[in-house]
Design a protein around this ligand. Structure first.
Ligand code: CP3
Length: 355
């Protein structure tokens, strides 16, 4: 199937494009009334993920509203620990929870990486269904959490502010921590490769909590395992390169090391200046980012000014994928997203005139 819009893949390969491609983390989600309706039909968020028709429906919803250059699989990073038997559930307003957190060496030793094709077949079915429905309109992004980020949820049993349990394992029992991360790295590699075989045309690893670590701990307990995963991924499928994007929230201080881990692109949150990032690593990787999602709470003129500032910070030339630094809030007005898209479409071609 020919891709009708390959801007996203071209930018990842640092090839010329006519305008800066864009997608948004959590582009399918609660800020859209049609998403809330589909979720009500499904019953719950996980039921939505497990139903390939409905997962496909919500993946397509933001593409119907906005001129996005990529679709992202509708699923969650916590599908892997769920498949490991930890019992994932969502308490309204409180985020994800696990019935059986993993806190002891015995519990870690008892974990096995799931067989992605068998135990996470609902995710692969969703990927295949979405690819069929997209019919080449834009590429499909697959994703996973990083081993460290998955471990934080598995050990804490829920979202955390101080990471008390997982850090006491990291500092007090580093061998157990490494054993858990190693199992997760195997699981993530297998999971992403299964998504690629099912039709994901690029993959992103979300390291949402890497930024809560010290520099040596980040390198040893997070980046090292992402590097191991990248080395094990299928990088060409169906005659095309399958690019890999690494995103560590609050990881700006480790850019050089992240850019050396073997990925095609690095995702940036809004706390890292793009001009600075480009000077540091732009000759090695493409850069994805980095509008502060909360800019979308302001009125359209302020949104436009900030889009202009982000484009200017990267500057003219190739290798930029526009993205919200960390995902769109459920309280965002969908019309403000329209203002964001309009500004980007109007302003970004000027940065690609020599292409
Ligand atoms: O459109 C997309 O971007 C694809 C779908 C997607 C979801 N989660 C759907 C979702 C993606 C890529 C994720 C990744 C994810 N999930 C991350 C990494 C990204 C990040 O935010 O840094 C993390 C940490 C999770 C774990 C998770 N899942 C949390 C903390 C929550 C609760 C968040 C909240 O706002 O309540 C979820 C639930 C979740 N995942 C929702 C969606 C649309 C909201 C569920 C709902 O409908 O109530």
């Amino acid at each position: 199937m020919e891709l009708q819009n390959d801007r996203f893949l071209r930018a990842l390969a640092r090839q010329p494009v006519d305008r800066t491609p864009v997608w948004m983390m959590r582009q399918a989600g609660r800020y859209l009334p049609e998403y809330r309706a589909s979720r009500a039909d499904a019953g719950s968020f996980m039921d939505l993920c497990r139903n390939q028709e409905l997962a496909c429906e919500v993946t397509m919803q933001p593409l119907e509203r906005y001129p996005l250059d990529a679709a992202i699989l509708f699923s969650d990073i916590l599908t892997i620990p769920d498949a490991m038997g930890l019992g994932l559930y969502f308490e309204t307003g409180e985020g994800p929870k696990f019935r059986s957190p993993v806190r002891t060496p015995e519990a870690v030793a008892g974990l096995k990486a799931p067989d992605a094709e068998r135990d996470l077949d609902y995710v692969m079915n969703a990927v295949r269904t979405i690819r069929r429905e997209l019919n080449g309109r834009v590429p499909l992004i697959g994703f996973s959490g990083s081993p460290w980020t998955l471990a934080t949820y598995m050990v804490e049993g829920a979202s955390s502010k101080d990471f008390r349990h997982v850090k006491s394992m990291l500092y007090g029992n580093p061998d157990t921590m490494h054993q858990l991360l190693d199992t997760l790295a195997t699981a993530v590699t297998d999971y992403l490769n299964a998504q690629i075989r099912a039709g994901a045309q690029a993959v992103q690893i979300f390291d949402t909590w890497g930024g809560v670590l010290s520099t040596p701990a980040y390198l040893e307990f997070s980046l090292r395992y992402m590097e191991q995963i990248v080395a094990g991924l299928i990088r060409e499928h169906d005659g095309r390169r399958v690019p890999v994007i690494l995103f560590t929230k609050n990881g700006g201080q480790w850019l050089e090391q992240i850019a050396s881990a073997g990925s095609d692109a690095v995702g940036l949150d809004w706390t890292t200046e793009l001009s600075d990032a480009r000077a540091r690593v732009g000759h090695r990787v493409a850069l994805q980012g980095n509008l502060d999602p909360n800019v979308l709470f302001a009125k359209p003129p302020a949104i436009r000014a900030e889009v202009a500032r982000v484009l200017d910070s990267f500057g003219p030339g190739e290798g930029h994928i526009f993205n919200l630094g960390h995902g769109i809030s459920q309280f965002t007005d969908p019309d403000h997203v329209t203002a964001f898209m309009d500004a980007l479409h109007e302003l970004s071609p000027a940065y690609h005139q020599d292409s």
